[in-house]
Design a protein around this ligand. Sequence first.
Ligand code: AHR
Length: 565
Amino acid sequence: MARGVPFDQVSVLPGEPKSATTFHMRSLSRRQFIRCTSLAGGALVLGAQAHTSASESSIEILLDEPIGTISPDLYGHFTEHIGGVIYDGIWVGEGSRIPNQGGIRTALVEHMKRLRPSVVRWPGGCFADSYNWRDGIGPRAQRPKRTNFWINDSFLQRAPDGPAKYEPNQFGTSEFARFCKLIGAQPYLAANLRSNTARDFYEWVEYCNAPAGKTTLADQRASDGSPEPFGVRFWGVGNESWGCGGNFTPEEYATEYRRFTAWVPRFEVPLAFIGSGPNGGDVDWTRKFFAHLTTRDRGHLNDLYGWALHYYCGTAGKGNALDFTLEDWYELLGKAVHMEKLITDHWAAMAEVDQRHRVKLIVDEWGAWHHAGTEVAPTHLFGQTSTMRDALVAGLTLDIFNRHADKVAMANVAQLINNLHSLFLAREDKFVATPNFHVFEMYSAHHGGKSLRTVFNVSELAAAQNGRARPPLLAGSASLHERQLVLTVVNTHASEPQQVEIRLRGAALKSGSASVLKADDIHAHNTFAQPDACVPRDAQVDAKGPNFVHTFSPASVTRLTFELT
Ligand code: AHR
């Protein structure tokens, strides 16, 4: 988090080593943004044009070129004590009139189960390096109230007092573990390296993982309602240690990392430590960390399961999440696909020390980060209303992770609810799934599949003007699940369908079906009043033999599922 950097000055252009972390510089009234939205919609006539004819386009799926298994962890989530994510989003309290399961919002639990989520990161983000886990254990009525890390953000200064400013600690480790259990996911805890000690870290591991009856902390967990250990495997060792997590140099952080991870008790859990990796394209951070980590002993690579990369593709143009032009649409999608270069660049830098690639990449924060003004409550710092534009960012990004399933072990979209690239919005008793949720649900068909090399021979969009980023016209990924093939494709063209021949190398199609998320307006989004403005529609497709012609709708995300002969 580059604190104090105004949004408009934060670079998120390809090749520049900064994330889109910022404070809000703009906020529009509801009336203003409705007006802006309709103006932007009117600008659709300025469309980009594809260069080659449809008949030349093809997608080749190479069944004999597997890339790796698509871990369900690539479809992970992130929940921080920030704005309305925990309070109002996940936690409504046991006594609430809002339907809940022991204080956790039922609608959220039910929707999450549909995604078959495998992992959720908590409690931050920047908040993690200010958090004392001991504040969130024991009887809830006796837990202390603390100042939230984010209190100084200018957005919150205009907001009423409440949990976003003063952390009530009603949602602590056992509540988070319960949330994970309810939705069937594993917890991924981010430890405080900036303002807690190595001892606090290994005692948190003990609180979570030691068998009851063995230690005082394990007994404390049991009296907090969990006699069974949580068995937490994933532990982040700090967050953004180059910024809000302590302003370390990579060498200093490597020293701290070694100290924090030395001799942590295992309690029979194969602990997987995750290092605080680079901000976007900062390859220097990766290179220097790996070099310094291993100066004394290369064996320290064994204490590093994953290297956390953060990349926000930022926003495009001057508007907020709902107020964007057609050029802004293409620019944001172009920035989103920069993720691919970040993965391959850091992977190559890691290989300078870790030639056998023991350590994998963990993209534990990603998404679009727009200007303020579309949040559903005045306390929802970084809350934004996701549109079809964000849904396409999600599809493009998840396809990149699938295509690099050999390199990326986990990814966590930022953040689950009421925040940046959220899957849900909630305010009091109102709840709605965003188009991002639907992309995650469609793409969950890839979980556990074998990622296959997929070659897109497709025309390009017209060149970008003024150096603005441009996405490919079509992009996607494929996975094989025994005799079933899943192909997901994003058509970034805002107004033109794309007809493509899908060619299988090494198999033939028996039958197929499609699920398509699209809308007539690129600004389309779901609201509490209109929750189904953007939902996927299913269709049968007539797919037989080795080749099959399909037309991808404009501005759409498509999942094709085929049975193979
Ligand atoms: O996701 C919001 C913030 O972005 C996180 O707290 C931080 O890690 C990043 O800068």
